[in-house]
Structure formats: C-alpha cells, structure tokens
Ligand binder design. Sequence first.
Ligand code: APR
Length: 249
Amino acid sequence: MRAGGRDPIREAVRLLADRRNAVALTGAGISVESGIPSFRGSQGMWAKYDPMEYATLHAFMQSPRKVWEMLTEMVSVCGEAAPNAAHRALATLEETGVVRAVITQNVDGLHQAAGSRRVIEYHGNMEELVCVSCWKRYPTRERWTPGSVPLCDCGEILKPNVVLFGEPIPWLAQEQAEEEARTCGLLLVIGTSAQVSPACDIPRIAKESGAAVIEINPEPTPLTASVTDIHLRGSASEVLRALTFLMQL
Ligand code: APR
C-alpha cells in the first residue's frame, strides 16, 4: 500500500473519479468466488494437473485424450459457474462510464454474463471448440458432452478455443489489450498473480504510458512493489463492492 498513509480505498475512489478512461485487467482470482479454482496456490488447478503435461499445445498434440481429462473439469466447472458481485461491479463501473473495457485472462465468459460489454478475451474462451487441423469452430455445448473427446467433421480431435502454453495470444486481442493499456488513465488489476506473460506486461505498459495502477488481490504479487500505486488487499467482490458503494454507483 503506497497511498501516502491515506485510506487506500478512499484514495482509490479519488483516483477513479479523477482519472477517466479506466480499464480493468482480470485473472482467475475474480472467478474464485464463483466456484472456479484459480491456477496457482495449493488449491489451484496446477496443483492437481502439471501444466507441462496438461496445458501445453505440445501436450495436447501428443495426448489429446489425456489433456481432455483436465479440460473436461474446466469446461464443467466454467459451465456451472455464475458471475459474482465482483463481475457485476465491473459491469456497473462500465455502465456508469468509469471503466471502458475489461481485459480478461479468464476463459469462463463470466464478465459478459454479468453484463460487461467491452471484454477482450486475452486467453480465448471455453464456449467454443476449434479443430487443430482444419481450424473449423463449433459451439462447445453442441459438440461436447462430459467424458467425451469431441471430434471435428474432418475426424480430428477438437480443442477449446483457449490459449494453451506455447500458443500465441490471438493477435486482435493482443492489439486491443495493448492499445487499451497505452491509452487508459487508470488500470485496475484484479485477481491475477501476474506470473504469466505477455499478460503480466500489460500493467507495465499502462504504467509507462502514465496510467495509475490499482491492484486488488488478497496477496501481494510481483507488481505490488514495482508497478502498483495502491494495493487494495482483499477479495475482488468485497473490494469492488466497497469501491462502487463509495462511488455511490
Ligand atoms: N479475489 C481477488 N484475488 C484473488 C481471490 C479473490 N477472491 N482469490 C485468489 N486471488 C488471487 C491470488 O492471490 C492470485 O494472485 O488471484 C490470483 C490468481 O493467480 P493465478 O492462479 O496464477 O491466475 P492468473 O494470474 O489468472 O493466471 C494467469 O496462467 O495458468 C495460466 O492461462 C492461465 O490465464 C491463466 C494465466
């Protein structure tokens, strides 16, 4: 917390009110309260599934059936989840003109389900499957049933249209995210451990372009001591609810 000893949440409200054009960058932490586990930490997905065996493009091409064991859990958990107060607060901040876009690393579609309109899906989305051979796409709910390994009409195994390790970020999402970071007045960084690049570069781009950075996370991250102006230490839903309340939105 570096708010010059002033109450960090009130300082954050002042900054959000002063600085127009706020953008949010979200990670798995914002969806934890919707029942979707994060990736790192003792309860994370990567504690159960070694990401080098289950979450790289190479692993998928080598053993798609094995990788689908992990993906089945992710598709099911995302399919059952509903937006929480944090997702809804961000939608309210957009509706009232405080936040103009959400850049999300999450593939769960919960920002859109909460009503956010400008959502940049930096790591893709679970609601669509893509063929790794002919690139044909299908809605997941039309081609996938629990326990099955979905196939394309061409006979190849389908993968969710999410970015696995070793895959590039969709270029349009990368372009849009960097443009938002370069031109925003304030970046809200919510529920990310900031350990995965290039997503973890977005706060640096924003900071170097003159934006203020407010981090919302119960834990410090590599950003906290370097890029972050105000660290609001708490869960996404409690902090964003307090922010929207204090902003009387
Ligand atoms: N509210 C806010 N933040 C939370 C909450 C909560 N309720 N619960 C946990 N967090 C924080 C954790 O302290 C941690 O810093 O959310 C962060 C989650 O970090 P990760 O699990 O590493 O998730 P993320 O940063 O989104 O991962 C980035 O890595 O595995 C890949 O592609 C995957 O998109 C993912 C990327």
